[in-house]
Ligand binder design. Structure first.
Ligand code: MRU
Length: 368
């Protein structure tokens, strides 16, 4: 498993078979365990149960899921079934649909007998592309951090982030955390404020785990401490990832992002969103209710889980019995609260013109 290397990966091809291995993120931070995915059903379940999560990694896992789904049969009906199965796993992140659209449109052009090999090739390419794009996001975003470092008289550059948009959410590097890793590698003194990201605690469990592994100084806070930190001048820059960005720069990301963006706006803290092009949705018309927001089990809110003193998994109720809870997994941040998008193509404004300047005009007939 390539976790001992300086830049670990979250998904990789098995050495001997047409299967893939993943880090099971539901086991972190308690244990670093890997799972082998051997079929379409395994890939779909890994996405649905959040063994893999984060928009770019969901996309890459789905690409391998398509390849594994064509193992037995490769006709048009099988391809349609495979795409449908993976598309039904999680509704909000755009990368899943970007990848599935790309694979469907490409694979129908191959004779059925060649589709499986083409799908494996495409999945490998998409994984490499994800790594390269995240590395470029890191380089472009590091310049923002370094600019702040150059103007600060003392202390580290304090970066605030939300959820996990590090290498665990991608194949390598990450989106929001890639600039932090690159800046630190270049010798910049950087410290990360990590919001815990209730209810699933991706910040506490995953971001703290990967920053610790990467030797990056960091401090965990409850999500509601953000406004206080900013009002006290203890945040220099906020960088989050996104699950979907609409063509006008509207950002959909993990629940709680909007509140962080509001607090940043009110306190003059620059709020950046780091994304690869695959997260941009040029089709959906911006507006209220435009983005499908995943609603998850109320149990995630009604209970808290972690490890007890003996190190085993424990789940405890945090509300009285029979309480009902509402659990939207994502929220929508309007573009006026976003200082800029950090992408593989550079840093630009979160506007329609800005997105066109970064990635070019939308292709005619880009599929939904
Ligand atoms: O529900 P999750 O853990 O898949 O949500 C992940 C996020 O919201 C990330 O911030 C987003 O996908 C960007 S990851 C590079």
């Amino acid at each position: 498993m390539p976790v001992e290397t300086t830049r670990p990966r979250t998904i990789w091809r098995s050495r001997d078979a047409e299967t893939v291995e993943i880090i099971d993120q539901t086991r972190l931070p308690a244990a670093l365990e890997t799972r082998r995915l051997e079929s379409l059903e395994d890939a779909a379940a890994a996405i649905r149960t959040m063994q893999v999560r984060g928009a770019p990694l969901i996309g890459v896992t789905a690409a391998y899921g398509v390849a594994m789904g064509l193992a037995e049969s490769n006709d048009d009906a099988t391809l349609a079934h495979v795409i449908r199965t993976l598309a039904a796993t999680r509704p909000t992140g755009r990368d899943l649909f970007t990848v599935l659209d790309k694979m469907r449109l490409t694979l129908v052009g191959f004779p059925p007998a060649e589709r499986k090999a083409a799908a494996w090739r495409m999945a490998d390419e998409l994984a490499e592309e994800c790594v390269n794009k995240c590395r470029a996001i890191g380089r472009n975003g590091a310049e923002l951090i370094e600019r702040i470092a150059n103007t600060k008289k003392e202390g580290p550059v304090n970066v605030l982030t939300h959820c996990n948009a590090g290498w665990l959410a991608c194949v390598e590097w990450g989106t929001a955390l890639a600039p932090v890793y690159v800046a630190a590698e270049r010798g910049c003194n950087v410290h990360v404020w990590v919001g815990e990201t209730r209810p699933r605690n991706q910040g506490a469990a995953l971001t703290c785990w990967e920053l610790k592994a990467g030797g990056i100084p960091h401090t965990l806070t409850v999500d509601s401490a953000t406004g206080h930190l900013m009002s006290e001048g203890r945040v220099d820059i906020a960088i989050t990832g996104a699950d979907r960005v609409l063509r006008d720069g509207t950002v959909c990301n993990k629940i709680g992002t909007y509140m962080k963006a509001l607090a940043a706006h009110d306190n003059g803290v620059p709020f950046y969103v780091a994304i690869p092009e695959s997260t941009v949705d040029r089709v959906t018309h911006p507006g209220s209710g435009a983005i499908p927001i995943e609603e998850r089990d109320e149990e995630e809110v009604l209970r808290a889980s972690g490890r007890n003193a003996s190190g085993s998994h424990a789940s405890i109720a945090v509300a009285p019995p029979a309480t009902t809870a509402f659990n939207p997994a994502f929220d929508v941040t309007p573009p006026n609260l976003v200082r800029g998008l950090v992408t593989e193509a550079g840093v630009g404004p979160a506007t329609e013109d800005g997105i066109v300047a970064l990635f070019g005009p939308a292709c005619e007939g880009q599929p939904e």
